[in-house]
Design a protein around this ligand. Structure first.
Ligand code: AMP
Length: 282
């Protein structure tokens, strides 16, 4: 396994490989867990060369967010990656990706990026779109792997790739959860014991919402109210948003018909977590 820190070396290496071996790419912010590893394993199955990036991208964090304290552990990530058969880790420095005077950004306008996470974290998707455009240009992967846990991000990335004619195929894989249902996230490491227990409410609520729909609930506002009421029983949790939307456009639905998506974002103490589930009427 190679660890590459310089853009020029990464680019040269990819250029050599491209066209002779199928390149699978998993962009991450490191602090790898089973969620990331599931993407890496899929890439390993489907591609000849597996590359991952580890970069805590400053431009996707807002003021007062957790950029500084975001967990970083490159040597542990290297061990995990090696075990999964990763060929290359691209782990550039902040200076390498955003040298002094850097001022070029990619922005996706419209509802898809301005709603939900976009509304709560202004500038977030601009940072995501910018770093991914840079990474796709440097690495030039045939396939790029993303997790459904960050559902809106996956939609935004697909739109980015389509509209800027970027030459990579986006694959989106299911959310990996702990035994208690909590979606794995690098940010779970911030939670203390009480908060970790409280956090199990999210998946319970999402699953309960699925049951309500199965039992015939068609009214999205009633569904959202019931979900909020359940979450509010947990005193450690503050709701950012609970939404029931069209899974393609992320627009609010008037009725639960066919497939809809329930998403939530909450704060527990200092930790912000998101999750989602598909609901379908029967
Ligand atoms: P991150 O390091 O949090 O930026 O995540 C890197 C990639 O891993 C993104 O595509 C995430 O959606 C994905 N990911 C994070 N957590 C999970 C999870 N629990 N299950 C599946 N994919 C995940």
């Amino acid at each position: 396994m190679r660890l590459i820190k310089k853009i020029s070396r990464m680019r040269d290496y990819s250029k050599k490989i491209k066209g002779t071996r199928v390149i699978g790419f998993v962009p991450t912010m490191g602090s790898l867990h089973e969620g990331h590893l599931s993407l890496i394993r899929k890439a390993r199955q489907q591609c000849e060369e597996v590359m991952i990036s580890i970069f805590v991208n400053p431009t996707q964090f807002g003021k007062g967010e957790d950029y500084q304290r975001y967990p970083r552990d490159l040597s542990k990530d290297m061990k995990l990656s090696e075990k999964e058969g990763v060929d290359v880790i691209f782990a550039p420095s902040r200076e390498e990706m955003y040298p002094q005077g850097y001022s070029t950004f990619v922005e996706i306008k419209g509802n898809l990026s301005s709603t939900l996470e976009g509304a709560s974290r202004p500038g977030h998707f601009k940072g995501v779109a910018t770093i991914l455009t840079k990474l796709f240009n440097i690495i030039n992967p045939d396939y790029s792997y993303f997790g459904e846990k960050d559902y809106q991000q996956a939609l935004v990335v697909k739109k980015l790739v389509k509209e800027l004619n970027l030459d990579t195929r986006i694959l989106v894989l299911p959310t990996i959860r702990g035994k208690d249902g909590l979606a794995l996230s690098s940010r779970n490491s911030y939670l203390n014991k009480k908060e970790r227990t409280a956090a199990t409410i999210f998946y319970k609520v999402l699953k309960r919402a699925k049951e309500w729909v199965g039992e015939g609930e068609k009214d999205p506002s009633a569904l959202v109210s019931k979900m909020r009421a359940l979450i509010e029983k947990e005193p450690l949790v503050r709701i950012d948003y609970v939404a029931v939307v069209n899974p393609k456009t992320l627009e609010k639905v008037k009725e639960v018909r066919g497939e809809v998506l329930a998403l939530l974002a909450v704060n527990i103490g200092e930790t912000r977590l998101i999750d989602n589930i598909k609901l379908a009427d029967s």
